[in-house]
Design a protein. Structure first.
Length: 284
């Protein structure tokens, strides 16, 4: 791990900046923090930040991981949601350059690999959408039976496009997209519930049954499942999907032509493959 990253972890332990760190630790509590996780270190009265950074600089492997996970543990903060949230945000900002991220599974923090995204211009994320084959649904470990349904619907959409059944095709695409996103989110509830864009009611994340397709698309992009271009087009597809209701189609005064249908299909293909690629890289 880079020395700069370790220095920031040392600053986190000291907690001098209230806006970034949940807990300020005096000399006594610095010593206590390390000893509680089995690291023999006693503050010697010197500069707190310098001392903490020096201790961290000499840690690697399991001991360093102990420090990181303890700093984001819900148990350390007595379950205080605001402190836990701040700890996660700050720690994940620190770890991004190491292609690491912390998630909470039940009440236990866990380190996972996740490539950072430092493309600050939206244009750099855009790409040409091209036809893609379906991912191998069987390898995605979805809920029993869902993979088979998605495979059949993939074939059915292609059949609709061939015979210019455009309305049926886009409605089917929207249902596929929603079903697939829901299936993946049910596999990764801790990860998606931590997203800033996750829908909330009374400061609590809603149950998945209450999420809209719009919510799912936004969260999928935030946590890195889909790229920006796919997010943009997915929102457009969401609007077309709503014409499943005849009166909604009447109000919108829309009838997707074959070109719109084909573009929408490229969006769905890209979404499915983006997420499958993410799972293949991170589900190990």
């Amino acid at each position: 791990m880079d020395s700069t990253t370790k220095n920031k972890i040392g600053e986190f332990i000291c907690g001098d900046e209230k806006k970034k760190y949940p807990i300020y630790r005096s000399s006594f509590f610095l010593t206590r923090f390390f000893q509680e996780i089995g690291i023999n270190a006693t503050h010697d009265g010197s500069s707190r930040n310098k001392w903490a950074q020096e201790i961290i600089s000499n840690l690697n492997g399991t001991d360093l991981q102990k420090v990181i996970l303890r700093l984001v543990s819900p148990k350390l903060y007595g379950g205080d949601r605001e402190q836990i949230k701040l700890a996660l945000i700050t720690m994940n900002e620190i770890l991004a350059v190491e292609s690491l991220k912390v998630i909470i599974e039940n009440i236990e923090p866990k380190l996972i690999k996740q490539a950072p995204n430092y493309n600050f211009s939206e244009k750099t994320e855009e790409r040409e959408l091209k036809p893609l084959p379906p991912p191998n649904f069987d390898k995605l470990n979805l809920e029993f039976g869902l993979a088979e349904i998605l495979q059949k619907r993939w074939i059915e959409v292609e059949s609709c496009i061939k015979v210019n059944a455009t309305v049926s095709a886009v409605i089917m695409m929207g249902s596929m997209l929603e079903g697939f996103l829901l299936g993946i989110m049910q596999k990764k509830p801790q990860l998606v519930n931590q997203a800033k864009s996750a829908p909330r009611k009374d400061e609590k994340v809603k149950n998945f049954s209450e999420w809209s397709l719009n919510d799912m698309i936004d969260v999928a992009h935030e946590i890195g499942w889909i790229q920006l271009d796919v997010k943009k087009f997915s929102h457009a597809l969401k609007d077309f999907r709503n014409i499943i209701h005849p009166y909604q189609q009447l109000v919108l005064k829309t009838n997707p032509d074959i070109d719109t249908c084909k573009i929408s299909w490229l969006v769905v293909q890209a979404t499915f493959n983006d997420i499958a690629d993410w799972l293949n890289k991170n589900d190990k």
